[in-house]
Design a protein around this ligand. Structure first.
Ligand SMILES: C[S@@+](CC[C@H](N)C(=O)[O-])C[C@H]1O[C@@H](n2cnc3c(N)ncnc32)[C@H](O)[C@@H]1O
Length: 284
């Protein structure tokens, strides 16, 4: 893999995806709240602490922590995409948290002083990086000794039908071996599906006592159209894959994914699909 080409393409994709993430922001914050709360609980922010969020998007996690480091503390919210960081800025204004710091920043090169942060949060970002170990080394440098990293990475596809159904069927329609989110040894949504991968990555850069646990969620949609539109809004790789299909192929894809989503839904008239994430934590 050409790491530099991947980095450039990835950030360009997130810049384009920001409008869709903006449209889905409230629903995403609501349905992923169990993960946000657990991550903040594990980070244990206290008044006066400095907390950093990497790859923050709308900063659902970092803005919760920002409330808890007041007074006297500092919340630094960072993302490699300026358009995604804009979502965090809007949300911080809505929550009347004018003192959070928003910094465009690549998670592989954390432009912050050494041994300064009490906690670093990163939800569903690290496994997307070209070189996650570079970012983890940077996290360890920026954390004070004993400071905590708390991260989330998606559990296996089978536990995440809310998106895996669409990724798998689209890949099949495009004639790919595996969805672009799932190729082994490449960055992607499911690259850290095996908890052992996370433990080893943390150990390898010197983090102490890493643990991984699971958090379950339910993602809720009005109907199948709402589910599909949400996925296209939020998944740059799915959006690009579907754009390559003919109108007939798109219809066939919708038939295939709708049947699977309906079968997997637990929501009666609505579409409710299970989701599971790993939440990992370790000390610097
Ligand atoms: C799946 S979204 C997660 C957003 C947010 N953390 C959440 O949980 O809702 C991935 C985020 O990672 C950011 N990102 C991707 N590559 C990055 C990089 N190299 N450095 C910093 N942020 C990056 C994207 O801009 C996007 O906001």
């Amino acid at each position: 893999m050409d790491h530099d080409a991947y980095r450039k393409q990835s950030i360009e994709r997130w810049e384009r995806a920001a409008a869709g993430w903006s449209a889905q922001r409230a629903r995403w914050a609501r349905d992923t709240a169990p993960v946000s709360f657990r991550m903040v609980e594990l980070a244990d922010p206290q008044p006066g602490h400095t907390i950093v969020e990497l790859a923050c998007g709308a900063a659902d996690v970092g803005l919760l922590a920002a409330e808890l480091v007041r007074p006297g503390g500092k919340a630094i919210l960072t993302d490699g995409s300026e358009a995604m960081l804009e979502l965090a800025r809007t949300r911080a204004e809505e929550l009347d948290l004018p003192d959070v710091e928003l910094k465009p920043m690549d998670a592989e090169w954390i432009d912050l002083p050494a041994a300064d942060a009490d906690a670093i949060l990163c939800r569903w970002g690290l496994m997307l990086l070209a070189d996650p170990s570079a970012s983890l080394r940077e996290c360890r440098r920026v954390l004070r000794p004993g400071g905590r990293l708390v991260l989330a990475a998606w559990a296996p596809e089978a536990e995440n039908p809310w998106t895996a159904i669409a990724q798998e069927e689209a890949a099949r329609m495009l004639g790919l071996d595996a969805p672009p989110t799932s190729k082994p040894r490449e960055p992607g949504m499911f690259a850290w599906r095996d908890p052992q991968t996370i433990i080893e990555a943390l150990h390898d850069v010197g983090f102490v006592d890493p643990h991984v646990e699971q958090v379950d969620m339910t993602l809720r949609f009005d109907d199948l159209d709402d589910w599909w539109d949400t996925l296209l809004d939020m998944s740059p790789s799915l959006y690009e894959g579907v754009a390559k299909l003919t109108p007939e192929q798109r219809d066939d894809l919708r038939d295939a994914v709708d049947a699977r989503a309906e079968a997997a839904s637990t929501g009666g008239d609505r579409i409710e699909l299970p989701a599971r994430t790993h939440v990992a934590f370790a000390e610097a």
